[in-house]
Design a protein around this ligand. Sequence first.
Ligand code: PZK
Length: 330
Amino acid sequence: MTEHDRAGLPGELAGYMPVYSGKVRELFAPISAETGLVDESRLLLVASDRISAFDYVIDSPIPDKGAVLTQLSLWWFERLADLVPNHVIDLPVPEPVAGRAIHVRRLQMLPVECIARAYLTGSGLTDYRQTGAVCGVELPDGLVDGSRLPEPIFTPTTKAPLGQHDEPMRFEDVEDELGADLASRVRGLTIDILALGNEVAADRGILIADTKVEYGVDPVSLGLAPGEEVDWTTVDPDQVEVVLADEVLTPDSSRFWRASEWEPGRAQTSYDKQVLRDWLLSSESGWDRTSGQAPPPLPAEVVQLTRARYVEAYETLTGQSFSTVPTVQQ
Ligand code: PZK
């Protein structure tokens, strides 16, 4: 393992072509051993141990974070399987990314970030304070930071390029982009995923405030070559399979709160990143958030406490003990 890999930076993976690199994850395309050509039907989705805070990727990786998030997503995909099909392909992954990567069906992705909220906070709260609504969904008066909503709502955003911020969309904007039927389908699915997630999590003392999911459709079922443009308004969700992609109900895609600590009217403590944020904002870090400088590397105890929070989230939700998955040579 190189210094590069240890730092959790995006790197090379024998037998795969890098396709895309996000802040904390990468996508690769498998190369066929026989033909040497890229397999256009699949992707390898790799979660790194990198962590972000205050819009920066922190210099210190969190050991096992990528594996915890990958295993949690896989667990949820199974729990959600009666509600929505998913992109997971059960194939072994290469040894260097064991436990923190999955093979997935390469889909034509819908151009909308699908978000559902069960509690009000973050950008939803900002929108509500300014307009009394979130993404055009009218809400009752008197809600505060952390309030439970009367029912989960759909608050989609645009997919902004890396480094830019997603913009809120009204449901009518989604209908213009996807057509009324596909827009209704993804709204219903997204709300149902959050509702089911909260039913499961409630038994384990966790609240899921909100979550972001992505969907795709098999390009073959659209009669397209992979990558070709789609007019989504012509797609009938009863004629093609709408597939849940990306990650689902992880701490990176959702806000988890401890039910016992939930107190509307103040900012809730973040299940996973509170220790890290508190340290960065403390005088001990020597970091000034307004300086424009990157945050410093983390002390070992902050790394270990943060790792413990991820493992605790996994173990509390699944009821299973987290263990690093035995490596399988491909
Ligand atoms: C896809 N992303 C976001 C995820 C990253 C970036 N099954 C799929 N088919 C086609 N495209 C995607 C997926 C999925 N999932 C996902 N961008 C495209 C993303 C993980 C790592 F760097």
